[in-house]
Design a protein around this ligand. Structure first.
Ligand code: PLP
Length: 408
């Protein structure tokens, strides 16, 4: 059987042609797609809780262009380390538009963030101690809540047996103790932070988050400036829950205990806003037959689109010239020396050959930031806007690799 080279719509074909013209491998960020999806999130918040903050999750993808772009769209910077906190300042985020989360804050950056009136959510006992050194009028923090999400959403949490490790545990009384201790220290509890990474990213998770927020508000008589529900949403995928559904569902519950005009809803999207609008473009460099398999070697790598090696399939397409014979089974591989740098098996697909392009879609989250400097260094990144591509990061070379190193 002969496969036609491209039976997609013309628009898609044209777009793919535009994309495959630079030295591979490289990423392309589709700015229009990013903005369109981001606006859906904003619209949902404006419709259902028009007193909100969107904190873009730096850890999900902190490419400088990306974090600057989200700043320009009005997002706060959601950071979880001193490095991320300082990165936000370095790229020009206003000093009070940083959300500072996580267990690994340093004391200096913690104190500075409070001084600058950032949104600081405490995660550990040591931060409670540091608060003694903060002047009374700046003693304002949110508390990261550790709660039994598995019980509320069976089968959907990330650590069903061991439970989550972040925040102060509600069920064993640690939360109650910390609230008491903060009150003794005259610390204002301005918010609760309920981020929950889940396997499902489903609506149930956000129902549970909103319910627990209400439960805590009542039980501890909290008068909160914000409820921070964190990230973990889907976004940009038509077959998955939409922003409207997440926010409407939470509004329904939260509005029974919180006054919309007083308490802000904070969301911290990462994957939902940067996962979908990014493409990774690679090329076939060799085709090799062995006793067992046909291996198609490419100049991309699994470590650039699945650094945790957890995925078994990818949104992908081929950009090839001319009709091709069908091949029963080809194993598409990356360039590294790791045997398991195998991306996918193509069954009954077009017979690939050197020079063909393989384009991976929806690879913006937890990729660029997690890619190791293994064998080759960081690739080029382009932004596509109005049909044009602009380079926003040049591939690293040995020059960047040796920076800040002592050679002798
Ligand atoms: C505190 C916090 N906020 C936001 C996020 C972003 O999550 P996602 O990229 O799944 O939307 C994370 C991810 O781990 C997180 O830990």
């Amino acid at each position: 059987m002969i496969l036609e080279k491209n039976n997609g719509k013309n628009r898609k074909k044209e777009r793919r042609k535009r994309l495959v013209k630079f030295k591979t491998p490289y990423y392309v960020i589709h700015e229009d797609e990013l903005d369109e999806n981001f606006n859906k999130l904003k619209d949902a918040l404006e419709t259902y809780w028009n007193n909100y903050i969107i904190g873009y999750s730096y850890k999900t993808n902190a490419l400088p262009w990306i974090i600057k772009h989200f700043d320009s769209l009005g997002c706060y910077a959601e950071t979880v380390s001193e490095d991320e906190y300082n990165l936000a300042k370095l790229i020009g985020v206003a000093k009070n538009r940083i959300i500072y989360n996580g267990p690994i804050k340093t004391k200096n950056s913690f104190l500075e963030a409070l001084q600058n009136e950032c949104i600081v959510n405490i995660d550990s006992q040591r931060e409670v101690e540091w608060l003694r050194e903060v002047e009374l009028k700046k003693r304002t923090v949110g508390i990261r809540i550790n709660f039994n999400i598995e019980k509320m959403c069976p089968g959907q949490s990330q650590c069903p047996e061991e439970g989550g490790r972040f925040g102060f545990c509600y069920e064993n009384g640690e939360l109650s103790k910390v609230i008491k201790s903060l009150k003794e220290k005259k610390v204002k509890i301005s918010g609760i932070h309920l981020h929950t990474s889940s396997k499902s990213r489903g609506l149930d998770i956000y129902r549970a988050i909103a319910e627990i927020a209400c439960k805590l508000q009542k039980e501890f008589e909290l008068d909160l400036d914000y409820v921070d529900v964190g990230g973990g949403f889907f976004g940009g995928l038509p077959t998955k829950p939409q922003f409207d559904e997440y926010i409407a569902l939470m509004e329904n519950i939260l509005s029974t205990c919180f006054d919309k005009t007083k308490t802000k809803l904070i969301v911290e999207p990462g994957m939902a806003v940067i996962g979908a609008p990014v493409t990774y473009i690679t090329r076939v460099i060799d085709v090799k037959d062995t006793e067992f398999n046909r291996f198609v070697i490419t100049d991309g790598t699994r470590t650039s689109i699945d650094p945790l090696m957890t995925k078994s399939s990818y949104f992908h397409s081929f950009e090839i010239d001319g009709p091709r014979e069908v091949h029963p089974n080809q194993i598409i591989c990356g360039y590294t020396c790791m045997e398991h740098d195998r991306l996918f098996e193509e069954k009954d697909g077009p017979t690939l050959q050197s020079g063909d392009y393989i384009v991976y879609n929806k690879v913006g989250a937890y990729t660029m930031c997690l890619t190791p400097l293994f064998i080759k260094y960081f690739p080029d990144v382009y932004v596509e806007a109005n049909g044009n591509l602009k380079k926003v990061r040049s591939a690293w070379t040995p020059t960047e690799y040796v920076q800040r190193s002592v050679l002798e």
